[in-house]
Design a protein around this ligand. Structure first.
Ligand SMILES: C[S@@+](CC[C@H](N)C(=O)[O-])C[C@H]1O[C@@H](n2cnc3c(N)ncnc32)[C@H](O)[C@@H]1O
Length: 360
């Protein structure tokens, strides 16, 4: 007989598939689908400022509703759902809730608050990038009308949120960088330095250093204001330029933090070649410190995905050619552009520091 759907052989193979975590088939897929609702609960907590209102201790629903300017009944439904997600806990008092340790990270006043990460994920373009992901996969290019950094330039509110998000994400990386040995470093160029979170931490920790922050022209005014507010403006220059065209020479340290993964190998090559030219035009030895995630080489396994896997899909959805790279891919990218990695070190947030010099 031909054209049968299941031969006896195939049926026995299917029967031998192990059950998925002992749950009914489809239960795990349902859980993934439920993630959309869980995100809505998280967004409601964040947008209504629930974590901030619970910062000083438990409150009952009526009081929280008044403080959050929300309707008490729907708010209570969100609080119950947030409790089952481990963000809140119900106390012994009736209808009264407190923050869990995880829920506490949603407070807006913490240097490493998760609030901007939630608000960023809910930003219309970021949400749309996920909705149109299948189309992006078909064409290999983000199915969005404009390159992401141009969109941010045209939407100052989203740009401010993006850089607030970057500041909270980068704060632990900045601390880890500033902890390193700067004895032989005098001038640092922070390439694509954003609001200057890392440069500021370096200058605050190492008073003998001066810096140059290079970023897009639409961003540098705000970056300069941030650095001025920290009293560092007289120790750093702020340059608005395109790093695909130019990187300022004259430094002994060139920092590329969270930059390379936004770009294709060709564009990342242009940035690295500009860094190499700047290094060659500089007297004395200079180094590149590249900080990014390293994508694991081992095949993915079932479990919470590695941050590099998640961010790789984010890069795919938002940045044409942007992707997370393995260690071997970084090594080869550097070599192709006249640089070589001489040191590698694990950093916070699953990041790695890759130190590179001019290829010998
Ligand atoms: C992912 S953010 C990283 C910011 C910062 N290095 C950090 O770790 O917090 C990438 C930065 O590159 C900047 N950028 C993007 N395209 C650029 C370009 N063509 N020239 C200069 N800077 C650019 C963005 O404005 C942004 O500040």
């Amino acid at each position: 007989m031909t054209g049968t759907h299941s031969s006896p052989q195939r049926a026995s193979r299917e029967r031998s598939l192990p059950p998925f975590s002992g749950e009914r088939p489809g239960a795990h897929v349902q859980q993934i689908v439920n993630g959309v609702v869980s995100f809505g609960v998280l967004l409601s907590l964040t947008d209504l400022g629930v974590a901030d209102h619970l910062a000083d201790g438990p409150r009952d629903v009526a009081e929280l509703a008044r403080l959050c300017e929300a309707d008490a009944d729907p708010l209570h439904r969100i609080l119950r759902a947030a409790t089952s997600l481990g963000l809140l806990r119900a106390t012994d008092q009736p209808d009264t809730y407190a923050l869990t340790q995880e829920g506490r990270t949603l407070r807006g006043d913490l240097a490493d608050s998760m609030l901007p990460a939630v608000m960023m994920a809910a930003e219309p373009r970021w949400l749309e990038a996920i909705r149109v992901l299948p189309e992006t996969v078909r064409t290999g290019r983000p199915a969005l009308p404009q390159p992401t950094y141009e969109y941010l330039a045209d939407n100052p509110g989203t740009r401010a949120l993006f850089h607030r998000f970057m500041r909270t994400r980068t704060a632990p990386v900045a601390a880890a960088i500033a902890d390193l040995d700067f004895e032989r470093v005098h001038t640092v160029v922070d390439i694509g330095g954003g609001h200057g979170t890392i440069l500021a931490k370096i200058l605050q920790t190492h008073p003998h250093c001066t810096g140059i922050l290079l970023d897009r022209p639409d961003l540098v005014e705000t970056a300069a204001e941030h650095l001025a507010a920290l009293g560092l403006r007289d120790r750093c220059e702020v340059v608005g330029d395109d790093f695909l065209d130019y990187v300022p020479p004259g430094a002994d340290l060139y920092l590329l933090a969270g930059v390379v993964h936004n770009w294709s190998d060709d564009d990342a090559g242009l940035i690295l070649q500009n860094v190499r030219k700047a290094m060659e035009a500089t007297d004395g030895p200079a180094q590149v410190w590249c900080v990014d995630l390293l994508r694991p080489t081992s095949p993915a396994r079932f479990g919470p995905p590695h941050m590099a896997t998640v961010l790789d899909v984010r890069m795919l959805s938002l940045f044409s050619g942007g992707h997370e790279r393995t260690r071997a891919e970084y090594e080869s990218l550097m070599v192709r552009n006249g640089l070589e990695i001489t040191w590698l070190e694990q950093f916070p947030n699953d990041m790695h520091l890759m130190v590179a010099g001019l290829a010998t």
